[in-house]
Design a protein around this ligand. Structure first.
Ligand SMILES: Nc1nc(=O)c2c([nH]1)NC[C@@H]1CN(c3ccc(C(=O)N[C@@H](CCC(=O)O)C(=O)O)cc3)C=[N+]21
Ligand SMILES: [Mg+2]
Length: 286
């Protein structure tokens, strides 16, 4: 049975670091690091997630502000809100929950967030900084995955890694971070040929495809490390169950180490979001 990489426990460690940084920023500079979360529409999964973020922020002694806008909100209204948050000195981080309703332009929204407050790390300036090896605000999920990987591989140099999925939110920034850690990185996606045998050669597989239990034990080299980014809600006998992109049951029998879902990458994403918020706050000190 593979070693379990406990995201809940690791994220508690990250949140403790966040809490002491918050203490320091309060005591020394009299600022309360504050995250503004913007949610457009009422997707129930998004609401759970937003509630979790606000809860953890409060526990870490941070400030948080929630802006809920209805699903029909116009681009102009959203732009005006972001403009207001960009210029509010008491807001250090801005997160606009994605995906947005289809009438809104996500790229425009992301580009309108001040790069210094872009705690998701999605602004083109932050994307460019990461791509050219000068990371500043790094996307939370890949950042959390790196912390988990370091538990098993303190030195990642020379490891063969396959990242399955090429999204701007996970796959691409994940590959950039791994490359910076001197891994040999392959990005696989829906058009990739022989994806199974590619994965079977990897020391590390990062699964970020958004398909429930897509990757099974045949894809995994015995002893390899598997990071499961997927969070998919499936129906099992009328009950809602969360599963990853990895068939945990079978893969855990061949892998050397694996992250669970829930309790894996998800909590680490939230930990890193709050870590980014303290970093953003520190950089905004006059
Ligand atoms: N601008 C933006 N930034 C994001 O980072 C972002 C986003 N939009 N939109 C939605 C996705 C999704 N996401 C999750 C993070 C943590 C959990 C999480 O903590 N999940 C728990 C389970 C929660 C449950 O029980 O439903 C776990 O995996 O253990 C889930 C989902 C961040 N996202
Ligand atoms: Mg894909």
């Amino acid at each position: 049975m593979a070693q379990l990489i406990d995201g809940k426990q690791l994220s508690d460690q990250v949140l403790q670091e966040v809490a002491s940084e918050v203490e320091l920023l309060k005591g020394k500079y009299d600022i309360v690091p504050t995250l503004a979360v913007v949610l457009v529409g009422e997707d129930p999964a998004s609401q759970v997630y937003v509630r979790n973020k606000v809860k953890r922020a409060t526990e870490a002694g941070m400030g948080s502000i929630e802006h809920r806008l209805d699903a029909e909100t116009s681009q102009n209204t959203l732009n005006a809100l972001i403009d207001h948050l960009n210029n509010d000195p008491e807001v250090h981080g801005i997160l606009v929950q994605l995906p947005l309703p289809s009438h809104l332009n996500e790229d425009e929204v992301i580009a309108s967030i001040h790069p210094a407050k872009d705690v998701d790390g999605f602004h083109p300036l932050n994307v460019g900084a990461l791509a050219s090896g000068r990371p500043s605000l790094v996307p939370c999920t890949p950042q959390g995955c790196m912390i988990m990987l370091r538990q098993v591989h303190p030195d990642l140099s020379g490891k063969n890694v396959v990242v399955v999925g090429r999204s701007n939110i996970v796959g691409k920034p994940m590959a950039a971070l791994l490359l910076q850690a001197n891994c040999t990185v392959t990005i696989a996606h829906s058009r990739t040929r022989n994806i199974e045998s590619l994965c079977r050669n990897a020391d590390i597989v990062v699964a970020a495809v958004g398909r429930a239990e897509f990757i099974n034990a045949d894809w995994i080299k015995p002893g390899a490390t598997v990071i499961d980014v997927g969070i998919n809600a499936i129906d099992v006998n009328g009950k809602r169950k969360l599963v990853g992109d990895v068939d945990f049951e079978s893969v855990a029998r061949v892998a050397g180490a694996i992250t669970p879902v829930p309790g894996g990458v998800g909590p680490m994403t939230i930990g890193c979001l709050l870590l980014n918020t303290t970093r953003a706050a520190r950089r905004q000190l006059a």
